[in-house]
Design a binder for this molecule. Structure first.
Ligand SMILES: Nc1ncnc2c1ncn2[C@@H]1O[C@H](COP(=O)(O)OP(=O)(O)O)[C@@H](O)[C@H]1O
Ligand SMILES: [Mg+2]
Length: 245
């Protein structure tokens, strides 16, 4: 099988990345967070996402990744520091069953839409999102009949239905078989690179091979975020030492 060209080369980013905070999609400046009664989950974190693209985070369990996502999504407020997001952020979780609520694909998407648009506009938007995610045929299908990968793509469509421009994907492929993993990754890559309005995705992974597909990757450790590195370089480093966990 012919190997696809690594996106690192296609995107041609130079490291160290020096993002311009004025045009960045997301800036975290010295962000700290302590859960009530707990230890420090985020410790003076700095992170800048320079622009649209697929950005990845890796880190061991308990290093603060999910807490970071909750703060970026605005579900929790930092006790210290500042978060600036250019566009509305939406979360996609590891298990789509925790995110999909209504019985059919189309109805679930309508549920996530911002109110205000007419019903016919909402239906048009739902159809267009299903098309974008390669799920057009499945509009009336009961959700329990979908594969894991189809459910995860529907969960992503639901996040986009809320007009999110920043997708926060918390180990979205951890529960998927290799084929579904590839389709979800390829779909998100397309959204971030080739769609008319490229999105920004921040993607947490434990699957080191996924790092080959990102614009840049950073490592979280004990509540701190390391610098952006090429995904391939970080993969080499982590595989050289130990597993990604
Ligand atoms: N809801 C919560 N209440 C209290 N402590 C939490 C909660 N969620 C996470 N933590 C703590 O915050 C730290 C970071 O956890 P988390 O953000 O879930 O890490 P990761 O996603 O990298 O595994 C851990 O010490 C964890 O026990
Ligand atoms: Mg987590």
């Amino acid at each position: 099988m012919r190997r696809r060209r690594p996106p690192e080369a296609a995107n041609g980013r130079d490291f160290p990345l020096i993002p311009d905070p004025a045009t960045a999609e997301l800036v975290l400046d010295q962000v700290s967070y302590r859960w009530p009664g707990g230890q420090l989950a985020l410790d003076s974190c700095n992170l800048t996402i320079p622009g649209p693209g697929l950005w990845m985070l890796v880190g061991s369990n308990g290093s603060g990744k999910s807490t970071l996502f909750r703060l970026i999504a605005g579900l929790q407020q930092p006790q210290d520091g500042r978060i600036m997001r250019r566009r509305h952020a939406a979360l996609v979780f590891q298990n789509p069953d925790h995110q999909l609520l209504l019985p059919s694909c189309g109805s679930d998407l309508l549920l996530g839409m911002r109110t205000g648009a007419s019903v016919s506009d909402q239906r048009r938007r739902a159809a267009s999102l299903l098309r974008l995610m390669g799920l057009s045929e499945l509009e009336t299908r009961p959700i329990h009949t979908l594969s894991g990968g189809q459910k995860q793509r529907l969960a992503i469509a639901g996040a986009l239905a809320s007009d999110a421009g920043l997708l926060l994907l918390d180990e979205p492929t951890a529960l998927l078989d290799p084929e579904s993993q590839r389709t979800v990754l390829t779909t998100v890559e397309h959204l971030c690179r080739s769609s008319p309005e490229p999105l920004t995705a921040l993607w947490i992974t434990h699957r080191l091979e996924e790092l080959d597909h990102c614009d840049a990757a950073a490592r979280m450790d004990a509540g701190r975020i390391g610098p952006w590195t090429s995904g391939q370089e970080l993969r080499r480093r982590l595989q050289g030492g130990r597993s990604g966990r």
